[in-house]
Design a protein around this ligand. Structure first.
Ligand code: NDP
Length: 446
């Protein structure tokens, strides 16, 4: 059995009941298999055995009182997967579906993503099965304070710097930061995604969505095309989706969908700046459901329980969650003439769906490359915090564009070097992996 197959079996055997983690390990390891013929020292030095084993997993109880004085208990996690390239870095997710396997898959993907950004950051991920939906601000605050009361001992500006993810936006980062500061008596860059008036970076809220669109532009350039006039479908309606739509509107594309976990809206006339402002108010302030959009604007269809992938489009931007594009959805997208998929979400396409995209040679940007803009600007936020300076938005945006260009270039170059030009799944995984593996070799058996 090959080294890679042995390691996939090992990961499955040692981590039962973690299907998402198995899926991520399998996808990555199979695509980097050709590297081991050229670099036998990786096997001799047990690089993969170490690469699939987190450096540390922290799991803890989070007790909190709700507004009725009832006691609640959630589970908190922080996975510190790899510090080969820098302090652990990756978001916190608050969602009822959160479990150990999902966070391990996310932290594992983060290793390669962070490596691709060209910036000095290791990889982690964390969160809780707490559901912020329907909770009051005071409940969310009490939960965040209790969560940080355990987490603070494990993080620090040079050790582990969490950020936001699903269910963790500016409000939650503020509450988490406040409690960290109170417990540690220091004002430091321990979290990213902070508000700009107290240490956040300009362009951080926009970065993942903008980055995914910049990545799409880079892919289109290889076919001498642009985004102007393209019909685009976007899933989700949270942070990544909102700024994906914003940048697409700015570049002259027409976005026709958004969704949430209840359903999808289809707006054939396109989401314009005014409608997007309504969505941002609906989701970020009123915390309502996307179905309200269809009630507000005429000519809009609401598809309960559906995802946007049956809608005809040129480009698709999955930006909600993992495994939201099935093999069937991928076939429908390709059958309807979709030429590009840029993944704002993490692992939104199931493996068989990815095969459909690759076989049909559409432009396909896997999440770890296409959505790396968020963590890249988080790393720029860390740099600004260390300097105690704040860079203008043009500077951050220009750096973001440059980083997305270099991620595309590195992934494309690796796909050519390993004999499958344009296969950015393979290219991104190899380019990200080799850098981490070489750092691990340099740092000895740790
Ligand atoms: P938000 O919480 O702001 O938005 C998430 C959106 O996805 C919401 O519309 C939510 O709907 C929907 N969603 C969540 N879970 C499900 C589900 N199980 N089924 C259907 N819809 C769902 O999160 P973000 O926009 O920050 O994150 C979206 C994706 O992007 C995630 O995969 C995240 O890991 C990834 N990502 C985010 C980065 C960032 O900087 N924020 C960086 C890199 C990747 P509802 O409100 O109904 O739950």
């Amino acid at each position: 059995m090959s080294y890679v197959r042995e390691m996939i079996e090992l990961a499955i055997r040692k981590n039962p009941a973690e299907p998402e983690f198995h899926q991520a390990v399998q996808e990555v390891l199979l695509s980097i298999e050709p590297v081991f013929d050229r670099r036998p020292e990786y096997r001799q030095k047990s690089i993969l055995e170490r690469f699939i084993e987190p450096e540390r997993v922290i799991m803890f109880r989070v007790p909190w009182f709700d507004d009725h004085g009832r006691m609640n208990v959630n589970r908190g996690f922080r996975i510190q997967f790899s510090s080969a390239l820098g302090p652990y870095k990756g978001g916190l997710r608050f969602h009822p579906t959160v479990n150990l396997g999902i966070l391990k898959f996310l932290a594992f993907e983060q290793i390669l993503k962070n490596s691709l950004t060209t910036l000095p950051i290791g990889a982690g991920k964390g969160g809780s099965d707490f559901d912020p939906k329907g909770k009051s601000d005071s409940e969310v605050m009490r939960f965040c304070q209790s969560f940080m009361t355990e987490l603070y001992r494990h993080i620090g500006p040079n050790a582990d710097v969490p950020a936001g993810d699903i269910g963790v936006g500016g409000r939650e980062i503020g509450f988490l930061f406040g409690q960290y500061k109170r417990l540690c008596r220091e004002f430091s860059g321990v979290l990213t995604g902070k508000a700009t008036n107290w240490g956040g970076s300009l362009i951080r809220p926009e970065a993942t969505g903008y980055g995914s669109v910049y990545f799409a532009q880079n892919m289109l350039t290889t076919r001498h095309e642009g985004l102007e006039g393209k019909v685009c479908t976007v899933s989700g309606s949270g942070n990544v989706s909102q700024y994906t739509v914003k940048k697409l509107i700015e570049l002259g594309a027409k976005c026709v969908s958004l969704s949430d976990s209840n359903g999808t809206i289809y707006d054939p006339s396109g989401i314009d700046a005014e409608k997007l402002a309504y969505v941002m108010e609906l989701k970020n302030i009123r915390r309502g459901r996307i179905r309200d959009y269809a009630e507000k604007y005429p000519g809009v269809e609401y598809r309960e329980g559906d995802r946007p992938w049956g809608i005809k489009c040129d480009c698709a931007f999955p930006s909600a969650t993992q495994n939201e594009i099935s093999e069937e959805d991928a076939k429908r997208l390709v059958g309807n003439g979709c030429m590009l998929v840029s993944e704002g979400a993490n692992m939104p396409t199931v493996p068989d769906g990815v095969d459909v995209f690759l076989e049909n040679k559409i432009l396909y940007g896997p999440g770890k490359a296409a959505n790396a803009g968020g963590v890249a600007v988080s790393a720029l936020e860390m740099a600004q915090n260390s300097q105690r300076l704040s860079w203008p938005s043009e500077e951050v945006d220009n750096r973001l564009r440059g980083i997305m260009r270099s991620i595309h270039q590195a992934s494309h170059a690796a796909s050519e070097e390993y004999g499958d030009p344009g296969n950015l799944v393979m290219g991104a995984n190899i380019a990200g992996f080799v850098k981490v593996a070489d750092a691990m070799l340099d740092q000895g058996l740790v």
